[in-house]
Design a binder for this molecule. Structure first.
Ligand SMILES: CC(C)(CO)[C@@H](O)C(=O)NCCC(=O)NCCS
Length: 523
């Protein structure tokens, strides 16, 4: 081929291109006009507010979790639970909810071994495959749970979030592959209102006995999805106590709402579900949709729809065995709301003031941690109590001092090591178990002392502090308190009920023991 011939070919190619180019340009421009219109449409559809639903489900447990059952029998139990979830989904949709969250372990329960859990698991594909299980049920082999959840979402035109089990086969080429040849994951799945699988999250921080039947993913998974009513992120139960993935979703991925399926075992005074989860929403300044399993025998109850400026709706029922649906409206983008505190320094006030008079101190135990306490001996006053580098300041006035009740201010700065290892800095006002000061820190559910006023602050070394206020009868106090930008947790009015505890629960992540992610290692 001569040079001239080559040039001719090239020219021809160029011509070809130039012939094609105008068509391409017009195609591109019509495409970009289409995208533009689409974005305008989405912009017009973007919602300032949306309606969220969470369902506290009273889970039907398997009769046997020690002997393996057939996959038909496993599905029968899961369908019984999904029958109940279906009613909740329909009711939520009827009330205008855009999304509903259902609890961890809500479809098959708990107490399994690896073998007895296996028949309940489905191989859940990465959402990138773009799959509507309801319309393509056989695309990845049998997946009856995914198909039913997907159909519930599309039939009711609502986002559905559920927790189920994922299985991933592996073999000797993977040195970490468990000896039974598969990974088993505690998994949250989300479907959009067309039934498309839009999120799959594998729980990272497995709790205690769960490690007997579930594997943790090797790396934290940061799972989010966008909607016209904000950006959502997912994590599960015990994950809420740790940095990964929970804090990263908020700080680096800037989600508006956290989806939080849980099977939370209440622990007073600081780790009761409604108290801790609403405090996380306030402290991290995001919405949290917390859906708890309901199981009285295991002390599991307490679900809520929580906003950064306080709980919007919550449910706590330690008496009945019933499930419960919550529906409430939230800001789609809470960080744009006028009450949102963008710059907050948790130790500003406490490090600026001169400590209040120090009363005599004594020690006491709160959920296995040794606190330093000082008693509120007067009806009103100012008090400081310190432990290690943490000093806690309290100003208060009780409405009426009760003869038979004692309150203390407590400080704890140390590593908690029971049922998980996590470093805490806690300032707390709490009611003692009895008039015996040795009972301060023990679980209490009833009180008689109301407060006209309180202001609690601490010299925290961390900026991750969760503000908790829990009232008599294990109730929250929406609209009764707020956090100031200098880190004070202050009452806005006289408390509506007597006080169980007012707490600043700080998490100092840098002081946590390093990986692996099994913080509650039992194996
Ligand atoms: C509150 C806490 C942390 C105290 O140790 C503990 O009681 C708790 O609820 N942990 C999380 C529970 C969890 O992950 N459940 C799922 C499987 S059963």
């Amino acid at each position: 081929m001569t040079v001239a011939e080559k040039l001719a070919v090239i020219r021809e190619r160029c011509n070809n291109i130039s012939v094609r180019a105008p068509a391409m340009v017009s195609f591109l421009s019509s495409w970009s006009v289409f995208i533009f219109i689409l974005e305008m449409g989405l912009g017009a559809f973007a919602l300032d507010k949306y309606t969220a639903a969470v369902y506290e489900h009273s889970v039907i447990l398997a009769e046997s979790t020690t002997e393996p059952v057939s996959s038909e029998e496993a599905l029968k139990l899961m369908n019984k639970n999904m029958d109940i979830l279906e009613e909740a989904i329909k009711m939520a949709a009827k009330q205008g909810a855009h999304i509903i969250v259902t609890p961890e372990d809500g479809i098959y329960g708990f107490s399994f071994t690896r073998e007895t859990l296996y028949p309940y698991l489905e191989d859940i594909p990465d959402p990138q495959v773009n799959w509507i299980p309801c319309t393509e049920p056989e695309r990845f082999g049998p997946a009856p749970v995914l198909v039913r959840l997907s159909c519930l979402a599309s039939d009711n035109a609502i986002y559905v979030v559920a927790n189920m089990g994922d299985k991933k086969p592996c073999n000797f080429t993977d040195p970490d592959c468990p000896s039974d040849g598969r990974y088993q994951y505690n998994t949250d799945v989300a479907f959009d209102s067309q039934g498309k699988l839009v999120a799959r999250y594998h729980k990272l921080n497995l709790f205690m006995m769960e490690q007997l039947h579930f594997d943790a993913p090797k790396e934290p998974e940061l799972v989010t999805f966008n909607t016209t009513f904000g950006k959502f992120g997912l994590f599960t139960c015990f994950d809420i106590l740790f940095h990964d993935p929970a804090v990263v979703l908020v700080s680096n991925f800037h989600v508006d709402t956290i989806i939080f399926p849980t099977a939370w075992i209440n622990v007073l005074p600081h780790l009761t579900a409604i108290e801790f989860h609403s405090a996380w929403a306030m402290g991290m300044r995001v919405n949290v949709l917390a859906s708890n399993t309901h199981l009285r025998s295991r002390n599991m109850t307490g679900s809520g729809i929580y906003a950064p400026d306080g709980p919007t709706a919550f449910h706590y029922d330690a008496k009945s065995e019933n499930g419960h649906l919550l529906v409430a409206e939230l800001d789609s983008r809470p960080s744009l709301s006028p009450t949102y505190l963008s710059a907050l320094n948790w130790s500003l006030f406490a490090t600026t003031i001169k400590p209040f008079s120090e009363e005599p101190n004594f020690t006491g135990v709160v959920f296995f941690d040794e606190y330093t306490f000082s008693e509120l001996t007067k009806q009103a006053g100012n008090l400081t109590v310190c432990q290690k580098s943490l000093c806690c300041h309290l100003s208060y006035r009780m409405t009426e001092q009760q003869e038979d009740e004692r309150y203390v201010l407590g400080a704890f700065d140390g590593l908690h090591t029971v049922e998980g290892e996590y470093y805490l800095q806690v300032c707390t006002l709490l009611k003692c178990g009895s008039t015996d000061l040795q009972t301060c820190g023990q679980p209490v559910t009833a009180a008689y002392t109301q407060f006209d006023y309180f202001s609690l602050s601490g010299t925290f070394s961390t900026n991750y502090v969760l503000p908790e206020v829990l009232l008599s009868g294990v109730q929250l106090a929406p609209g009764e308190f707020q956090v100031l930008s200098d880190g004070r947790l202050v009452s806005l009015k006289h408390t509506s009920q007597p006080v169980l505890t007012v707490t600043l629960f700080g998490r100092w992540f840098e002081k946590d023991p390093p990986h692996p992610y099994t913080h509650s290692r039992i194996l």
